[in-house]
Design a protein around this ligand. Sequence first.
Ligand code: FAD
Length: 456
Amino acid sequence: MKRRDFLRQSSLFGGIAITAPSIISETIAKGKKPKSVIVIGAGFSGLAAAYALKKQGIRVTVLEARNRIGGRVFSFKPKTTLDNVIELGAEWVGQSHERVIALCKEFGLELFNNQFETHLTFQGEYQKANTWNTSPEFDAFWKQKEQLWKTYSHEFKKKLDKQDWWRFLSNKGFSDRDLLLRELMDSTDFGESIRHVSAFAAFAEYAESSEKNEMDLKIKNGNGMLAEKLADAIGREFILTNHSVLQIDQDMKNGVTVHCADGTKFNAEKLVCTVPTYSLQKIKWTPHLPGIQIDALNSLQYARIGKFPMVFIERFWKEENFDMITDTPAHYFYHGTKDQPGKPGVLISYAIGEKADVLASVTQEQREEIILNALKPAFGDVRKYLNESLMYYWGIDAFSKGAYAFYGKGQWFGTMPVLKQHHMHTYFAGEHLADWQGFMEGAINSGEEAVKQMLG
Ligand SMILES: Cc1cc2nc3c(=O)[nH]c(=O)nc-3n(C[C@H](O)[C@H](O)[C@H](O)COP(=O)(O)OP(=O)(O)OC[C@H]3O[C@@H](n4cnc5c(N)ncnc54)[C@H](O)[C@@H]3O)c2cc1C
């Protein structure tokens, strides 16, 4: 999703003037190197920002509301298979994700292949990988998408942002079956129906990503290992978990005062705020955030993604690189313990939108029934193998209320630039503000970019 090249080239972000009157001028916020900076959030964005500041010799304090670091990167060991690590949040590192790969190298973390061969259960029928496909017309279009993308002008790309991905494909005359299959496949990338996703965001993602759409690699022992290494490099004593920020006061002379829920207060010259928009709106800002930013915050939605890991006593699916798209509420399955040792294994049901809402709302017994039923066309009744079933539903996560932002029609060029504007001493970061939006890479890029912007 190399949308960054396009954004850099397009001055004024599609013609939208982003100099809101209440946004304090550059001269106040920039200037000499600050001595102290507070970073809010110890996700990848906040940790990357803190690491960049530390390397500049700047005193940094990271305030994190949760009792752990990593944020939406959440590596987890199920009780019944403690030798294995699964990901309840971010799963794949893409081959194009240069900063994640570089940081893994810097910290000696191993990345291993996490690519899959996709099977299909559709309208009650199970088809093995490479025996099913979309129509020849669609395949021909898909094959030449990179070339096609290169021929599109900036103006046309901006036009694409005004329609949704489903409409774009439908206007091309593809069959209902093609559209249904694309809905099932592509909605897992955006976390909501493709009827809501900007056609620009979707086409850019598919035209400019690696062959497997950045579903390439994973960090050995869990993606959370990168958070741990970053924290070691920053210095654990500078990262305070269980510190939920309630209020931020800024004044031109004295910098920033941050108030936490436990009554503690922190002062610094500058601030990097990396929290998702839901949390950002909960913070009391003095002075207020500019109205234009509040409107932008109110307009951005986050994807409802639920992960429902099923721990089985054996890997009855046999192939380590097994994944499967289904048209059931369990939606998409993938092998969460691929190439990890041991007999037990975890299949993760990954559901989006209302499917995730439903799976998260029913009882555990009903959920297991729905998920096991979805596996029946492929494997028959596999209940006898089930050892433990888990769930993490990001739609109700206390701090993000969603897995990651999704940019709807007209938002890529309209909303993001407004949210990126600094507010006095505060610089904003987080995956929702990155060209690699929705990825760990984007979170890291945005944290590093916020520091760059701050230091002028
Ligand atoms: C289900 C799911 C699947 C995903 N799949 C992939 C994938 O395969 N590949 C990929 O690259 N990415 C994936 N992602 C996206 C990736 O996880 C995110 O892009 C990235 O982790 C976001 O990092 P961040 O630092 O921007 O935000 P966060 O990780 O959310 O960090 C922000 C931090 O701020 C803290 N916070 C919030 N409010 C406050 C407050 N008031 N005071 C103090 N702290 C606060 C939060 O607790 C959080 O720790 C996935 C995400 C999810 C949820």
